[in-house]
Ligand binder design. Structure first.
Ligand code: ZN
Length: 578
């Protein structure tokens, strides 16, 4: 856990304008900065950065966040990784309890080794007729080979000795490029293979995948796990796909490097490959940060079907609301590489667009395991679905599945929920526009965001319960240090509420404020007015509660204090009428 105070300090030291400007050139517009959004395609800028509140908001696609959020969204990195990167940039030592033994210099040395090896393999490709012929025959152009940094590891046992001064250096072995044999003799791991560099989201080479040229085994050989490379988290082709992911808002996940390369060759740039492992929840989370839709593409044989089911199981927990996952199974005997070469890009795009939704795949597979013609079989369908439904984090999708299970099994929706031990799913939240107008709380929240010092003066007891705005305001007020001193600003609050229910309302309020800030000289008067109206509202609610009690129990049912209060309220002009 990274302490909250550390995050606050980090956000304080990093300037979001500098940070974003380095990736997306910003231009001044009034109090803010604007640019064309890096997260969706647009011609006129709606991506806005607030220097005073240190956050960004896109009025086109709703992208919104702090400096930390920007790096996460832009690079696809996780939270901790991002905090570490920003801390290094700000010259902040990592917090004590999080000082993981990941030593920077060693990582850097390994990264350099990988880059050098990649360069060597890339140069060797130009000299190998055999490797060039192989790529040509697969339809790979020079431009695409360059884009992916494809190389060739020649035949022979110690080729890397010509690329590195010291072949026996430990980092070559740590990087997984050189192995030590039984007699202690060192030799290259990759020999006579076409080499695909695997990069992290930053574009650094962290591993290689090598494909055999002829019929040898194994067909694909990957780097082992090293300090740089953790298989279950990385994918092949992510940096190359980034622009296309943004344009299409869809990521296609295939099984092999050549599939990614062949698709890119045919103009389908938004594909990535997992690295010889099943797709993990970490993969899915990482990829769904880059696009709203994920399409798995598997071979049409039994192995592909099985891999698809594993991916589905891993998707259940990782699937956030508002994101979708689809499944494509290619005709038997095809893989994406052969499919796109034989039938062209359009046919492939069509398949991806018509991918089977996760819910449909789930039901189809389960139904295939049960005898749907008998009552027992249909009951079994529900029993089989139970563990899967329990893992879903998204109420909407769960509801959808429960409905379809009910249709398929003949049970009622309520019976399916009971059989699966599900608490009834809350009805989908009404669209934001349909909510009662947050007439008092929303302006109060905006005032507090603009001038956090006001948080000390909010009468918390006067806030109506059961409102997201109230919860956000309470959180904000709780961040005010008791000893005085400055109250952390919007960005710190947003990080504190990362992933919470209140996050959405906070983002909305900040975006509204970005469009229409309060005039500095009016803020105090606006605030006092809002507090007066709130307190008046609370008085009315308190009076209504007492009236209800009186109606039930008579005035005698009130405590002495309540009675005094009730009588006082009765005498107050205007209150009783409310
Ligand atoms: Zn946008």
């Amino acid at each position: 856990m990274i302490p909250e105070s550390y995050i606050q300090e980090l956000l304080h030291r990093i300037d979001i304008v500098d940070l974003i400007d380095a990736c997306v050139p910003l231009r001044r517009a009034g109090a803010n900065y604007v640019a064309c959004c890096p997260f969706h395609s647009e011609k006129t800028p709606s991506f806005t950065v607030s220097p005073s509140k240190q956050f960004y908001h896109c009025f086109g696609c709703g992208a919104h966040g702090t400096a930390i959020g920007f790096v996460m969204e832009y690079s696809g990195q996780g939270f901790v990784e991002t905090v570490k990167e920003l801390a290094a940039r700000a010259g902040m030592p990592l917090p004590e309890d999080d000082a993981t033994p990941r030593d920077g210099p060693r990582i850097q040395a390994l990264t350099e080794v990988m880059a050098r090896a990649a360069k060597y393999y890339y140069e060797q490709l130009k000299r190998s007729e055999k490797a060039i012929a192989y790529l040509r025959q697969r339809g790979v152009s020079g431009g695409i080979a360059q884009k992916f940094g494809i190389g060739y590891a020649p035949e022979g046992w110690q080729n890397l000795a010509s690329a590195f001064e010291d072949y026996s250096t430990a980092s070559l072995q740590q990087a997984g490029l050189v192995l030590r044999g039984e007699q202690g003799r060192l030799y290259d791991r990759f020999r006579d293979r076409v080499m695909f560099p695997i990069m992290n989201p930053k574009g650094e080479i962290i591993a290689f995948g090598g494909r055999v040229l002829g019929q040898g085994e194994p067909k694909y050989l990957n780097s082992p796990e090293t300090p740089l490379f953790e298989k279950g988290r990385e994918v092949f082709g992510l940096p190359q796909a980034r622009q296309s992911l943004r344009d299409k808002n869809t990521v296609i996940v295939v099984e092999g490097y050549m599939d990614v390369v062949a698709l890119a060759q045919h103009g389908i740039g938004n594909a990535v490959a997992t690295l010889g492992t099943a797709t993990t929840a970490a993969h899915i989370q990482k990829l769904l940060r880059q696009a709203d839709r994920l399409v798995f593409c598997f071979d049409g044989d039994a192995a592909g079907r099985k891999a698809g089911w594993r991916a589905l199981e891993n998707s259940l927990e990782a699937l956030p609301e508002q994101k979708t996952i689809g499944f494509v199974f290619l005709p038997e005997s095809d893989d994406p590489d052969s499919f796109v070469r034989e039938r062209g890009a359009e046919a492939f795009e069509r398949l991806a667009a018509q991918a089977m939704p996760l819910s449909e795949f789930l039901l189809k597979e389960l139904a295939a395991r049960c005898d749907m013609t008998s009552a027992e079989g249909r009951a079994r369908l529900v029993a089989e679905a139970k563990p899967l439904l329990g893992r879903l984090q998204t109420p909407l999708l769960r509801l959808q599945l429960v409905k379809r299970l009910a249709e398929a099994s003949g049970f009622s929706q309520a019976e399916v929920e009971r059989l699966c031990d599900l608490k009834p799913v809350a009805r989908p939240a009404p669209a934001r526009a349909a909510r009662p107008p947050p007439s008092l709380l929303r302006p109060l929240l905006r005032l507090l965001l603009q001038k956090p010092e006001l948080a000390r003066r909010v009468p918390l007891e006067a806030l109506p319960a059961h409102s997201e705005e109230t919860r956000a305001i309470v959180k904000l007020c709780s961040m005010a240090p008791e000893s005085g001193g400055s109250i952390p600003g919007y960005a710190a609050l947003l990080e504190r509420l990362r992933g919470s229910e209140e996050e959405a309302v906070l983002r909305e309020a900040a975006a509204e404020l970005m469009r229409q800030p309060f005039a500095e000289e009016d803020i105090d008067a606006e605030f006092n007015g809002a507090i007066d109206r709130l307190q008046e509202g609370e008085r009315k609610r308190a009076f209504a509660r007492l009236q209800e009690k009186v109606a039930k129990l008579g005035v005698a049912g009130l405590s002495g204090e309540e009675k005094a209060h009730y009588l006082r309220m009765l005498g107050r002009p205007g209150s009783a009428a409310g």
